[in-house]
Design a protein around this ligand. Structure first.
Ligand code: NAD
Length: 361
């Protein structure tokens, strides 16, 4: 029987509630599929600041490096909003991503037919939507140097950042994107601004060169302004979308909204050995924390991604995804996905229902 190690980072706000439900589901699926998971738990974000003075303590760092995969709830909240930027909970998240070299961010946008009415687009445009955004996460303009705000002799201030990618950074994310396209619908669209920005001219050249290694994948290129338009005009044309850090940040949130609720959206950030950090797209939702109102499905679906991409337990991942579908079919809804007037279940009810649906299958 294979044995895996998973580090849980519940974090702040609704984080502990949703991670608790995902843990229940992972335990149930492991026993059904005959593998074991050793869980460890550590602090990240605000809770880590309160307990040890750092958003990413040494003890968390050690456990993160040792684990096969990590499941995170969310970090941040009003209690820490007054801290200087360099000491805030979100710094813990940036630090762990950098520490583990998690350069590949996966954001699936899948619209469950049961929730088609929750999308801001017409149901016929989004019914059956199933796309994957592959975003480069550790390079580009968010990290490029030089950066800053400086004043000239007259006192006129100037802000500046640098958008930079080297060939290796482009190649490693592009390889993964081609491979994800191979596991899905076989189509890859690389998004850039190669008509204006040299950094993305290089991006386009490198991605095009790699295409000969993946003759089974249909590669296309699209400028980011057009991609933003196409995502809301006809989103079902996309299978896998590959893009850099800045464009990916914006496009993945647009794609997220196509699916209706932020409480349904999982994500993964992987390194070159497929070790990864998995987390719901949403934040710590301080407005509903501790009230049993949070939708745990985004975290449960993140756990399914963790099983698939880091633990190689694809059958278990599929079981969780099917169980979530069955629970949605049964009409169970947390507040964020309920139609007006529909009755609403608690965070724990939703987690329990997924466990029951797993065992029933
Ligand atoms: P948020 O995602 O926490 O909440 C936005 C809205 O969505 C709120 O009304 C919230 O109640 C609702 N919501 C979020 N998740 C939900 C769920 N699972 N079920 C039901 N409703 C849900 O975003 P925000 O309010 O902008 O940020 C709150 C805090 O979270 C801030 O401190 C922010 O910095 C932090 N944050 C953390 C992460 C992360 O840890 N990766 C991401 C985004 C925001």
């Amino acid at each position: 029987m294979s044995q895996h190690s998973v580090l849980l980072l519940p974090g702040d706000g609704i984080g502990p509630e949703v991670v608790g439900e995902a843990k229940k589901v992972m335990e149930a699926v492991a026993s059904l599929h005959d593998f074991g998971i050793d869980f460890s738990v550590a602090d990240l974000g605000g809770v880590a600041i309160d307990n040890s003075g750092s958003p990413y303590p040494e003890s968390t760092k050690e456990l993160a490096k040792a684990a096969d995969a990590i499941l995170l709830g969310a970090v941040g909240g009003p209690a820490w909003d007054g801290l200087p930027a360099a000491e805030r909970p979100e710094r813990g998240l940036l630090a762990i991503r950098a520490d583990l070299d998690l350069f590949c961010n996966l954001r699936p946008a899948l619209l469950y037919p049961q929730l088609a009415d929750a999308s801001s687009l017409k149901p016929e445009l989004v019914a059956g939507l199933d796309l994957l955004i592959v975003r480069e996460l550790t390079g580009g303009i968010y990290f490029g140097e030089p950066r800053g705000i400086e004043a000239d002799e007259s006192g006129l201030r100037r802000g500046f950042n640098t958008d930079v990618y080297d060939e290796n950074e482009i190649r490693r994310i592009a390889h993964l994107a081609f491979q994800f396209a191979r596991k899905r619908g076989g189509r890859l669209c690389s998004v850039d601004k190669a008509n204006v920005l040299e950094v993305t001219m290089l991006w386009r050249e490198i991605v095009s060169d790699l295409a000969s290694e993946y003759p089974d994948i249909e590669l296309s290129h699209m400028y980011v302004d057009n991609a933003a338009m196409q995502l809301v005009r006809a989103p079902k044309q996309f299978d896998v979308v590959l893009t850099g850090n800045l464009f990916g940040d914006i496009l993945s949130d647009t794609a997220a909204m196509l699916t209706g609720s932020i409480g349904m959206l999982p994500s993964a950030s992987l390194n070159s050995e497929s070790r990864g950090l998995y987390e719901p797209v949403h934040g710590s939702a301080p407005d509903i924390a501790g009230q049993g109102k949070a939708n745990p499905l985004a975290t449960i679906l993140s756990a399914a991604m963790l099983l698939r991409y880091s633990l190689n337990e694809d059958a278990a991942a599929k079981s969780i995804e099917s169980a979530v579908e069955r629970v949605l079919d049964s009409g169970l809804r947390t507040g964020d996905i309920a139609a007006p007037g529909e009755s609403v279940c608690s965070t724990a009810d939703m987690g329990d229902a997924v466990v029951t649906a797993l065992s029933a299958a």
